[in-house]
Design a protein around this ligand. Structure first.
Ligand code: M6R
Length: 369
């Protein structure tokens, strides 16, 4: 049942190219337009949306953080994202023109369900992004876009996360398409890039042996920090979450620019710091800033583990360990940059003798508030 793998998590990591392809299947037509008819929120309603609010927990929340960049860039609609557990307690400002997107692999997470109920009570439209057919959250939402990851058994979410990202991109692009934003041409190009992304994930998976060796060599460390900027920030948070839940290590993710405002004091000699580097081709300012962040931490003794696009030579002098990922458009980079972090956490957990599929204190779906 584990398909020859030692753990469900390893099987599910390996299934990611297929999960991503399956989630795109039938949703892009031959002309490169999105066909999300299954999202039964009528186009006139989507054209009137004046605010998007994303609610989710844990890994799904990280997918939501990335959705914010996509929604705001491609649609210019303001987008908020909040952990579902906090949402209703601050009396959020919602109305009939708000589109609330609830992301949940299981569809049974109580915090997310309560956020959905609250949003509907305020008259907002709720779209669920969910991996489990007929589960409670889609049933209580106005519409659902299913991710096609297949059943995810390991407690640590991997393939569901990648498909949540795909679904978020599809929703953002669809909103852009329906509303006809100024990014029309870019949307067409991104749809084409998305179609090739499954192959890019496959390529990353083929190059993971050095990441495993690196993880094993760090098994005795106490702390690992993760840095990123822009969509690399949620990727850093996801890398840290995976390490906490699987390896039971102190791990923290930061927006790289925040480092100098405090966390840089944590850096000690030989402390592993993973840095997710944005593409040098996209927002090159961001790229240059993060290269100086890497220099700063290395000067203070950090052992830098750099995840950077193939062909990015600027990072080479400052990387103690370099993990290459295929070049992708900036907004899509999380689909490839997250994979090495999943492998890293899984291998560290194994090296530390932890139960990979069933980490202590955790349940696959959290059905209490
Ligand atoms: O089923 P859900 O997507 O609603 O679950 C949300 C979180 O509980 C879940 O992502 C959790 O953070 C994972 N164990 C992370 O790997």
């Amino acid at each position: 049942e584990k398909g020859g793998h030692d753990y469900f998590m390893l099987k599910e990591i390996a299934e990611q190219p297929k999960a991503v392809a399956d989630t795109l299947l039938g949703r892009i037509d031959a002309a490169g337009s999105l066909t999300l008819d299954e999202v039964r929120i009528p186009a006139p309603v989507l054209r009137e949306v004046d605010k998007v609010v994303v609610v989710a927990c844990g890994t799904a929340f990280h997918a939501g953080m990335i959705a914010k960049y996509a929604v705001e860039h491609w649609t210019r609609i303001p987008c908020e994202v909040e952990p579902a557990s906090e949402f209703r307690y601050r009396d959020p400002i919602l109305g009939p023109r708000s589109l609330v997107i609830a992301i949940s692999q299981s569809g049974e997470t109580m915090d997310t369900l309560m956020a959905v109920r609250h949003a509907r009570e305020q008259g907002s439209h709720v779209l669920a992004i969910c991996n489990t057919n007929g589960s409670t959250i889609p049933r209580e939402s106005d519409a659902v876009l299913y991710t096609h990851a297949g059943p995810e058994v390991a407690v640590a979410s991997t393939k569901a996360f990648l498909t949540q990202l795909v679904a978020c991109y599809l929703v953002a692009l669809y909103l852009g398409q329906v509303r006809g934003t100024q990014w029309g041409d870019e949307i067409g190009a991104v749809v084409r890039d998305l179609s090739g992304i499954s192959g890019a994930v496959e390529r990353v998976l083929k190059t993971m042996e050095p990441v495993r060796a690196l993880a094993r060599s760090l098994a005795a460390k106490n702390t690992v920090l993760f840095l990123g900027r822009h969509v690399g920030h949620p990727v850093a948070l996801e890398g840290a979450l995976k390490l906490k839940e699987l390896a039971y290590m102190h791990a923290e993710g930061f927006a790289a620019g925040e480092l100098k405002h405090g966390p840089i004091a944590l850096i000690e000699d030989d402390m592993p710091v993973v840095v997710v580097v944005p593409s040098p081709r996209g927002r090159s300012v961001l790229h240059d800033k993060i290269v100086s962040n890497i220099q700063e931490i290395r000067a203070r003794g950090a052992r830098t583990i750099v995840i950077a696009e193939e062909g990015d030579e600027a990072v080479v002098p400052y990387a103690d360990h370099l993990i290459r990922i295929p070049a992708t458009p900036t907004l899509l980079q999380p689909l490839v940059a997250t994979v090495p972090l999943q492998v890293f956490a899984c291998e560290l957990a194994t090296a530390r003798g932890n139960e990979v599929d069933q980490p202590r204190n955790l349940a696959k779906s959290v059905t209490v508030e």
